[in-house]
Design a protein around this ligand. Structure first.
Ligand code: ATP
Ligand code: MG
Length: 183
């Protein structure tokens, strides 16, 4: 995998990386690459339309950390908890919120104040109540595959992103199936 950095004007920019994800395996692989870079308290927003691959990316991330059970979409449960190596991972999905206040009514704020890693699908549905993200991952449907853009939204998020660029798998020329490809 070779990760390309840049912004919309085409200038070098170390706050964003873009990938082409040819198939589901590539989305799982991107999640797996992010897994070792996570630190306690990190908040990651997963943005993109229905079916863009948000849950798939979380599944790849958790599997890479050794979780072998099912990774279900939290669409109906609102949050799924995974305790791995003493660290809590909270996987949220706010798609079904009818108003942003539901975030407050559900008492979700405390999840974002501890050491747990928060992975949030449909963050916009919680409006301004949601604390800010460290990383924002935007997924989009591109033909039969997906596009992914990872944006650093805090100094901690930027530290993660820089590690992602430095991973051995990020070297140019790695083209095997299931790997995220540059865009
Ligand atoms: N890179 C990819 N190329 C093609 N299909 C993919 C890719 N990544 C994931 N998919 C497929 O897209 C479908 C939807 O994935 P997923 O459930 O992860 O989407 P989602 O963004 O979580 O959707 P929702 O908003 O409904 O929760 C799945 O069938 C998954 O296998
Ligand atoms: Mg989902």
């Amino acid at each position: 995998m070779h990760a390309e950095s840049g912004n919309e004007q085409g200038r070098p920019d170390d706050t964003a990386l873009s990938f082409t994800l040819a198939d589901e395996a590539a989305t799982l692989a991107l999640g797996a690459e992010l897994a070792p870079l996570l630190m306690p308290g990190l908040a990651i927003f997963l943005e993109g339309d229905l079916g863009a691959g948000k849950t798939t990316l979380v599944r790849g991330l958790l599997r890479a950390l050794g979780y072998q059970g099912k990774v279900r979409s939290p669409t109906y449960t609102l949050v799924e908890l995974y305790a791995i190596f003493g660290l809590n991972f909270y996987h949220f999905d706010f798609f079904r919120f009818e108003e942003p206040e539901e975030y407050l009514y559900a008492g979700l704020d405390e999840y974002f104040q501890g050491d747990g890693v928060c992975l949030v699908e449909w963050p916009d549905q919680a409006g301004a109540y949601l604390p800010s993200a460290d990383l924002r991952i935007r997924l989009s449907v591109v033909g039969a595959g997906r596009g992914a853009e990872i944006l650093a939204a805090s100094p901690r998020g930027l530290a993660c992103l820089k590690c992602l660029t430095n991973l051995p798998a990020a070297s140019p020329g790695a083209t095997s199936s299931g790997q995220p490809q540059p865009r």
